[in-house]
Every structure is written in structure tokens, then in C-alpha cells.
Design a protein around this ligand. Sequence first.
Ligand SMILES: [Zn+2]
Length: 205
Amino acid sequence: MLTELEPGSEIVFGDHQVVGVAMDTSSRELPPDGHACAYCDPELRGDQQELDEGDERLLEATRQFGFMVFRIGADDEGPGLAFTVGLAHRFDHPELVCFGADADVLGELVRDLANQVAAGSRFEDREIRTDVLHRAKVRFDALPTDRDAPRREHLGYACWFHRNASFPVLQVVWSDREGRFPDDPDHDPALARWQVSLGALRGSA
Ligand SMILES: [Zn+2]
């Protein structure tokens, strides 16, 4: 059927937009064939829509490895980003998303954080960490669960995987060199275009 997936395999989705996928590289044990559910088993999923090869491989990899990381490069429309698909389903933890200039760096960061989740760590809304990103603080901001538009716009494959149901997401927001986050009025304006503050939508009209 499909060629064998290994940790670190990359899958390309779509013709016009190349989306790299990095997978879990931890040595964590998951039962090789013991997991079958209607989220991540292509057979059980039973979608009406036709699955293309990329879709099938996403589901297979999520079943096999527990989560995947998507990378999308920056372009004229906006910054690059990386996000997980599968944490909310498999580890009962919010999916993670991070925006920035370099999708490869973002992918590594998100994959590292996701591996920590898979190993039992939990990240909380508004939690600040100084040990996960070189020279910057990061803050975990929960996306409002009642707003679908931002997640549909930026997290398309996560929405598809979760069947558009409301699923929890934490945005990993990074600070400037002075430790100021984008919602701080003194945040370095040169960096502002590299982050879309999904969590900052909280409470706005
Ligand atoms: Zn599953």
C-alpha cells in the first residue's frame, strides 16, 4: 500500500503549497497495531470524501506515532508556522502552534514540545517558560474555543483531523530579546510581523 513511514519522514500535501511534516522521534512505545479508532484509522474513519495519499499518510502516521508536526513556510501572506495534529486526540493535551520566520526552526521547537507532552508533560494556559527556546521566553496562550475562524484559517489539517469539532489549542508565543511578548506595547516592532497572536483575540469583539 503506502510506503513505510519512519520517524522524521516528510510528507508533502497539496500541489501549490508544500507542507513538510516531521514526526515524533522519541523512543516512546506505542502499540504497533493496537490502536484503532475512528479518528486515526483510515479504515474506520469512513469519511464521505475521498482521501488522497497525503490524507491517508497523515492518518497512518498519527495512528502510528501519536502526533505529527506540520510546517508551513512564510510567504507574502504572513509568517511561517508549525503545529501539531494528534496531541488533543491521543494525549488529551491541547494541540500546539507557533508562528515565526523559519518553519524549520518552528518545526523543531514544536516537535520537541510535543515529545515532552507525549512523555507526560503538560503545558498550561498563560504558562511562561524560559527553558524551551534559546534566548527567548515563551508563553502558552490558549485559543478561545468559541472562535473557529482563526483555527480554520491557520490550522486546516488539524481541523480536518478533528472533524471541525472544537478542540483545544495552545499557541506558543515568543518574546523579543527584552522578554516582552507581542501584546506588550514595547514589544520590538521589527518582530511584530512574524507572529499572529491568536490568543490575543480573546475577549475582543
Ligand atoms: Zn486514534
